[in-house]
Ligand binder design. Structure first.
Ligand code: BG6
Ligand code: MG
Length: 223
């Protein structure tokens, strides 16, 4: 009995890009611009899909592998900064229109049920995005790229989120749109719900196209 109570879900940890907000499109535009500036023409949306949940430097490698030049670590840092500057420029225009369908209703409903809400995102721009979209007030604790040294699929970002929420990993459910994120959730010993264009292929415990779907929260939360 005690075990069951300890294992009940008490907190939901949301990924940010592609789960709460549509910023993955802006990431794509910024990487595309960097690719063009470097003379790399073959960077596509399919390549961008592989950047989901992946750190800034690892995402850069996915762009550079489409070209045929080798660069020093110093040059790579400069390119990552350039991309981030384009991206931040695009983020300045972000409003609550970028919040994905069903998100606010879901956050309000979960809080009413007494659940804690956390963010687990490797993006270092998480605070800016939450501020610009007005989502900050729905969130109890943020764990992001600024808090961690290892990117997803490492579980660090989710373990930090659980710790900040004052919960055990088994008491948390992760909501993700990337494979790297689902692997990270499993490595953290957390249950997972997959959403987004690839929701069926992510390997999540629960699968829904998006947060607008009729999600059977009661059975998930009492499982
Ligand atoms: C993730 C995105 O949320 O954040 C990745 O899915 C991105 O595509 C990563 O590379 C890092 O984001 P940022 O904002 O710190 O460059
Ligand atoms: Mg994501």
């Amino acid at each position: 009995m005690t075990g069951m109570v300890t294992n009940m879900i008490k907190g939901i940890i949301f990924d940010l890009d592609g789960v709460l907000v549509s910023t993955d499109e802006l990431h794509y535009q910024a990487w595309k611009k960097l690719a063009m500036d470097l003379g790399i023409m073959g960077f596509t949306k399919e390549d961008n899909a592989r950047q989901k949940g992946v750190s800034r430097m690892d995402s850069l490698e996915i762009v550079l592998e489409k070209g045929n030049k080798r660069y020093s670590d110093e040059e790579k840092l400069t390119f990552a900064d350039q991309k981030n500057n384009f991206y931040i420029e695009l983020l300045q225009r972000l409003t609550d229109d970028a919040v994905l369908a069903g998100v606010k209703e879901t956050l309000i409903m979960l809080r009413k049920k007494g659940l804690l809400i956390g963010i687990g995102s490797v993006s270092k721009n998480t605070p800016l995005i939450l501020e610009k979209t007005g989502l900050k007030s729905y969130i109890d604790q943020i764990s992001c790229g600024l808090d961690i040294s290892k990117s997803k699929p490492d579980p660090e970002v989710f373990l930090v989120a659980a710790k900040k929420l004052g919960l055990l990993p088994v008491q948390c459910l992760v909501i993700e749109d990337s494979k790297a994120g689902i692997i990270a959730a499993k490595a953290a010993n957390m249950r997972s719900l997959g959403v987004g264009p690839e929701y069926e292929q992510l390997g999540a415990d629960y699968k829904y196209k998006n947060l607008q779907c009729e999600i059977d929260w009661d059975s998930i939360l009492n499982s």
